[in-house]
Design a protein around this ligand. Structure first.
Ligand code: FRU
Length: 501
C-alpha cells in the first residue's frame, strides 16, 4: 500500500532513495551506456548518520534504478563524499584480466577520532570496481592521502589531466581548496592551495570540482572551480560558488576580469535557490560541445533533516549541462536542463500573445499535471513593477515566483506553498537572485516536480532551485504583470511522460 505521504511527495522524475537518508551526489561517471550516481546515504534512518555510498544507475539520466549499497563504513570510518574515475590505462594496476578498473576516491571520516578530539579525523581512501561500478574492493593500504593537520579535509574530486598524463585531485581543507597530483591514484603529491581571501568564507568549504570548459562562441577555454560552502549561501544555508581562471599544471590563477567582478559582486553562485548543494560533474563523458554534466543535492543543511517525507529524505536536482559564456564584463557559468529532458515531452500547450487581465489563469490541472512539467515562457517589453507566476491548490497553498523589475531581482516565495512548520529556517524569507541580463525581454525555463521547482533564467546564467511541500498537488497556474497591456509573448507548457510515483 502506498502511503499518502509517498503519493504526495515522492518525486516523479528526480532521484530519491527508496528508503533512508541521502545527501551529496558522489562518484558520478558514465560507462558503457550507463550513468552511475552514488550518494551519501544512511540506509537505517531518515536523518544523517554513519555514511555509506548508495548507488543508482540510469541510461537516460531520469529513470534511475537503485542498486545495492556500494560502500559500507569500515575501520577507517564513515564513507564521506568523493568521486570516481574510469582508469582506462590501468594506471592504478587494479585492472586484471584486461578488465578496466573504475576507481573511487573518497574521504574516510573517523568518528572515534572525532570523539577523542584528534585532528586527523578525515583522510582520503580509494576502492576499485572490476564490474562496472556494481561491487567494490577497498584498497588494502588505505588511506592513500593522510591528513596534514586540518579538522576538515575532505571530498576529493579527481580528473584525468590529458595534457600531462596524470591525475589531478581537488579537495577541501578548512576554507581552502588543495590541489594534488598522482600518476597511479595511490600516491599523491601536493601542487597548490587556493582560496585565501577569495570568495565567500562564511562557512566551511566542501565538495570542490575542477574542470575545463570552452567559452561559448570563442576558441578560448577556461578552468572552472566549484566550491560548496555551508553556511554562507546567497539565501542562507548551504550553496555552491564558482571561480573562473587558468591552470598551468600547478596553480589555479583567477581570471583578471573575474577577479574584478568579484570585487563588486563578491561571489558567483551555481544556483541562487536554497536547494542545490554539493553538486559536481560526471566523469568519463565528453559532450561534443565540451559542456559538462552536473547534478546537485536538492536540499539545504538548514532543514534537510526535518523535511516532511516519511520513508526517505531528499532528492537530487535534474541533470544539467554546464557551459561557460563571456558576458559584458566577465565569464558566467551557464546551466540548463540536459537535452534528454525534451525526449520525455508528450503534449504541449502553447499560447502566444496571451492577453492579461490582472491576475490571469493560464491553465489548470485539467489540462496539465504540474507535478511533471516543463514550461518555457517569454515576456516582452518589461516595465517597472513585479511579474509573478503563481501555482495554487484548493488547500490554499501558493507557490509564487517571478521577476521584480524595480528591484532587479528574481524571486521564489514558498512561504505559503504548503507545510513549512517542520523548521523555522524553511520559510523565513523569500529567496532572491540578481538579474544579470540587460535585455528588454525576460524568458526562462521552469521545471516542476511534486516538491521542487527549478528555474533557469538569463539563458541559464541565473538558476534558482527550491523545494516545497504542498498539502495537495498544485493545480492552477496564474500569471500577473504590472500593467494590463503587458503580454506574455509566449508560454509553452510541456507535459512530461514520467511514470507517476
Ligand atoms: C557536504 C558534506 C561533505 C561530506 C558529506 C558528509 O554536504 O558535508 O563535505 O563529505 O557531506 O555526509
Amino acid at each position: 500500500l502506498v502511503s499518502s505521504n509517498e503519493l504526495l511527495y515522492r518525486p516523479n522524475f528526480h532521484f530519491s532513495p527508496d528508503t533512508g537518508w541521502m545527501n551529496d551526489p558522489n562518484g558520478m561517471f558514465f560507462y558503457n551506456g550507463y550513468y552511475h550516481l552514488y550518494f551519501q546515504h544512511y540506509p537505517d534512518g531518515t536523518k544523517w548518520g554513519p555514511m555509506h555510498w548508495g548507488h543508482a544507475v540510469s541510461s537516460d539520466l531520469f529513470n534511475w534504478k537503485e542498486q545495492p549499497i556500494a560502500l559500507y563504513p569500515d575501520d577507517l570510518g564513515y564513507i564521506f563524499s568523493g568521486s570516481a574515475v574510469v582508469d582506462h590505462e590501468n594506471t592504478s594496476g587494479f585492472g586484471v584480466d584486461g578488465k578496466i578498473p573504475i576507481v573511487a576516491i573518497f574521504t574516510s571520516h573517523d568518528p572515534k577520532k572525532e570523539k577523542t578530539g584528534e585532528i586527523d579525523v578525515e583522510n582520503q581512501s580509494i576502492a576499485y570496481s572490476l564490474d562496472e561500478g556494481l561491487t567494490w574492493t577497498k584498497y588494502e593500504d588505505n588511506p592513500v592521502l593522510k591528513n596534514p593537520g586540518f579538522r576538515d579535509f575532505r571530498d576529493p574530486k579527481v580528473s584525468w589531466d590529458n595534457e600531462r598524463k596524470r591525475w589531478t585531485m581537488v579537495l577541501a581543507a578548512g576554507q581552502e581548496i588543495q590541489f594534488y597530483t598522482s600518476k597511479d591514484l595511490k600516491s599523491w603529491e601536493k601542487l597548490t592551495s587556493f582560496g585565501e581571501g577569495i570568495g565567500n568564507h562564511d562557512g566551511v568549504w566542501e565538495c570542490p570540482d575542477f574542470f575545463q570548459l570552452p567559452v561559448i562562441g570563442k576558441s578560448e577555454k577556461k578552468w572552472v572551480l566549484l566550491v560548496s560552502i555551508n553556511p554562507g549561501g546567497p539565501n542562507t544555508g548551504s550553496a555552491t560558488q564558482y571561480f573562473v581562471g587558468d591552470f598551468d599544471g600547478s596553480d589555479f590563477i583567477l581570471d583578471e576580469s573575474f577577479k574584478q567582478e568579484m570585487e563588486k559582486e563578491h561571489s558567483f553562485w551555481v544556483d541562487y535557490g536554497r536547494d542545490d548543494y554539493a553538486g559536481v560533474t560526471f566523469s568519463n563523458i565528453e559532450n561534443k560541445d565540451g559542456s559538462k554534466l552536473f547534478m546537485g543535492w536538492m536540499s539545504n543543511w538548514l532543514y534537510a533533516n526535518e523535511v516532511p517525507t516519511e520513508k526517505w529524505r531528499s532528492a537530487m536536482t535534474i541533470a544539467r549541462t554546464l557551459e561557460l559564456t563571456k558576458g559584458e564584463n566577465t565569464f558566467r557559468l551557464v546551466s540548463n536542463p540536459v537535452p534528454e529532458l525534451n525526449e520525455f515531452e508528450v503534449e504541449k500547450l502553447k499560447n502566444s500573445d496571451v492577453p492579461l487581465e490582472g491576475k490571469t489563469l493560464l491553465t489548470t490541472s485539467k489540462a496539465i499535471d504540474f507535478t511533471r512539467a516543463r514550461i518555457n515562457f517569454k515576456v516582452e517589453d518589461l516595465v517597472d513593477g513585479i511579474y509573478t507566476f503563481e501555482l495554487t491548490n484548493s488547500k490554499g497553498d501558493k507557490l509564487r515566483f517571478g521577476y521584480d523589475v524595480t528591484e532587479g531581482n528574481y524571486f521564489v516565495d514558498r512561504n505559503k506553498a504548503g507545510i513549512t512548520d517542520f523548521s523555522d529556517r524553511f520559510s523565513d524569507r523569500i529567496a532572491i537572485a540578481p538579474r544579470i541580463s540587460t535585455q528588454k525581454d525576460w524568458s526562462g525555463t521552469i521545471v516542476l516536480d511534486k516538491t521542487s521547482i527549478e528555474l533557469f533564467f538569463d539563458d541559464g546564467q541565473t538558476v534558482m532551485t527550491e523545494i516545497f511541500f504542498p498539502q495537495a498537488p498544485l493545480d492552477s497556474f496564474y500569471f500577473e504583470a504590472p500593467l494590463d497591456e503587458s503580454k506574455l509573448e509566449y508560454i509553452e507548457i510541456h507535459q512530461l511522460k514520467f511514470n507517476l510515483n
